[in-house]
Design a protein around this ligand. Structure first.
Ligand SMILES: O=C(O)CCC(=O)C(=O)O
Ligand SMILES: [Mn+2]
Length: 241
């Protein structure tokens, strides 16, 4: 990723505990008992611009996906990674798949092992892989086979500033981004950092896919607001190598 601004101040001033919500039980989402109305919403596709599509209500199995996140986090706990500039990110992160995205004082990169444990990242669940491939296909990118899934956890106040995803080997391969839990406001910018971003509200089950001419567009997330769920999760599927 490109330059991340200071979010939480120097790492010694980390404000979020790394173990918050790791064991929080998954609440029913759009496919759950308490949200029957939402589960009847039709899926719809919205083109943000050529190469970028918002698939609303695409992931119907959000509660099952959140349960999978819990299992992954039990093996590779969420942590607030440190930017090369020495600041803790407000978003807590973990990964699954062959490669995981990491940042520390040495820079942004992919790693085949979790630096906290020295072990490989947990395997990517088949349900994750299938969802990502179906979403990419629906958006017009057939044959997407991610080798990496970054899992972001946003508690209230956590945000992600405008950035490009550019640590991957091949920008011809698209990105699939799945929203789960609390809603969020997604910032969709342009090819240049100072292009004014448009804002889209993302709800649990919504998926954004971008590739082709939009592959390097700037994007980010406004501070998440507290709500009925403990937090927001985002799954970012990419082909790292
Ligand atoms: O949380 C999101 O919706 C976006 C996450 C993202 O852009 C990233 O992790 O690179
Ligand atoms: Mn990104």
């Amino acid at each position: 990723m490109s330059s991340w601004p200071a979010l939480g101040g120097p790492s010694t001033k980390l404000r979020f505990s790394t173990d918050l919500f790791v064991d929080a039980p998954a609440k029913p989402g759009r496919d759950g008992v308490t949200m029957d109305l939402l589960s009847t919403l039709p899926a719809s596709n919205e083109t943000l611009e050529p190469g970028a599509v918002l698939l609303r209500c695409f992931a119907r199995n959000d509660a099952a996906l959140i349960a999978d996140i819990g299992r992954i986090a039990a093996a590779a706990p969420f942590r607030h990674m440190i930017t090369p500039g020495g600041f803790a990110m407000s978003v807590a992160m973990t990964n699954c798949g062959q490669f995981g995205w990491i940042t520390d004082r040495k820079g942004y990169r992919y790693s085949a092992v979790d630096p906290d444990s020295g072990k490989p990242w947990p395997a990517m669940p088949d349900a994750f892989r299938d969802l990502a491939a179906r979403a990419a296909d629906t958006a017009g990118f057939a044959g997407f086979a991610p080798d990496s899934c970054l899992i972001n956890r946003y508690v209230a106040g956590a945000r992600m500033s405008l950035h490009q995803d550019k640590d991957e080997a091949d920008f011809a391969v698209p990105i699939v981004s799945v929203s789960l839990g609390l809603p969020a406001t997604f910032l969709w910018g342009g090819a240049k950092r100072n292009d004014k971003p448009r804002r889209f509200r993302l709800e649990t089950g919504d998926v954004v896919v971008w590739g082709g001419p939009a592959r390097l567009n700037f994007h980010g997330v406004d501070p998440v607001t507290a709500g009925d769920e403990a937090c927001r999760y985002n799954l970012t599927f990419r082909k790292a190598a």
